[in-house]
Design a protein around this ligand. Structure first.
Ligand code: DGL
Length: 270
């Protein structure tokens, strides 16, 4: 009954921690494509091919349901993977929809027509590939009207986090927030549209100021997954064991993951 969680690297661990807490009885298989991270500077075709291979690897692990805990993969590859048809009994879900449902005050899975919502000026922080895809704006337009979105491509932040250089990551966050504020001086909400960014949430909140509500995905994805599994209990796949897999150097990835989560994490070679 395992569920697959995929990210290019360590960022999806923020989602994994939240889903583990929310669904302690469910085994999760986490796959980090560390050998090819970061995805945010790759082309859509490249991201699609890498994501497809990763999803297939998680299906092999007995995960019928795979969560793309990576906005870049969700933005550049999810729609294409779904449109070309999934094997019988397999599902792939992304991380945008729960975030947008929360931002637009909807119940999970509510697909009613777009309507006016409380937030009017939204700052989106994401990787260059996610920003270029405009997937966030597209998904938002299905659910809300009259929302102004200003997107800031946060070059370098994922690399710094993957390297464990949090001082550089913080400096980059401050400079990206300044750049955003020059385009949108008074956002009422900010979306951390990359699963690495919750690791920098305090830096974003501090740079944005207390008046800006910061939406971070991990908790929202966990609530939405719990609701989804309630409605689709058959999607708990055959796998029984929680595992951490990486396409990169397992010892190095384990050390960094252990430092981020402050508990022992042992990755194995994928
Ligand atoms: N955590 C991924 C995301 O949510 C990072 C992407 C990357 O590897 O650049 O977009």
């Amino acid at each position: 009954m395992a569920v697959g969680i995929f990210d290019s690297g360590l960022g999806g661990l923020t989602v994994l921690e939240a889903v583990r807490k929310r669904l302690p009885e469910v085994p999760f298989v986490y796959l980090a494509d560390s050998a090819h991270a970061p995805y945010g500077v790759r082309t859509p075709d490249d991201i699609y091919a890498l994501t497809k291979a990763a999803v297939a690897r998680l299906w092999e692990e007995g995960c019928d349901l795979v969560i793309l805990a990576c906005n870049t993969a969700s933005a550049a590859a999810l729609r294409r993977i779904q449109e070309e048809g999934l094997p019988e009994g397999k599902r792939v879900l992304g991380v945008f929809v729960p975030l947008i449902e929360a931002l637009t005050e909807r119940d999970w899975g509510d697909n009613s027509p777009p309507r006016e919502v409380a937030v009017k000026h939204v700052a989106l922080f994401a990787t260059p590939a996610t920003v270029a895809s405009r997937a966030f704006q597209r998904e938002l337009a299905f659910r809300a009207i009259g929302v102004d979105v200003e997107a800031q491509a946060c070059a370098g932040v994922v690399d710094a986090i993957e390297e464990g250089d949090m001082i550089l990551a913080e400096a980059l966050v401050r400079s990206h927030v300044e750049a955003l504020k020059r385009k949108m001086p008074a956002p009422d909400a900010a979306v951390l549209g990359c699963t690495h960014y919750p690791l920098m949430e305090d830096a974003f909140q501090q740079a944005l100021g207390p008046q800006v509500k910061v939406f971070s995905q991990a908790g929202l994805v966990a609530e939405s997954l719990a609701d989804y599994l309630d409605r689709h209990p058959d999607m708990l796949g055959a796998g029984r064991e929680s595992r951490f897999l990486t396409t990169g150097d397992a010892a190095q990835v384990s050390d960094r993951a252990t430092a981020f989560l402050r508990r022992k994490i042992a990755f194995e070679a994928a």
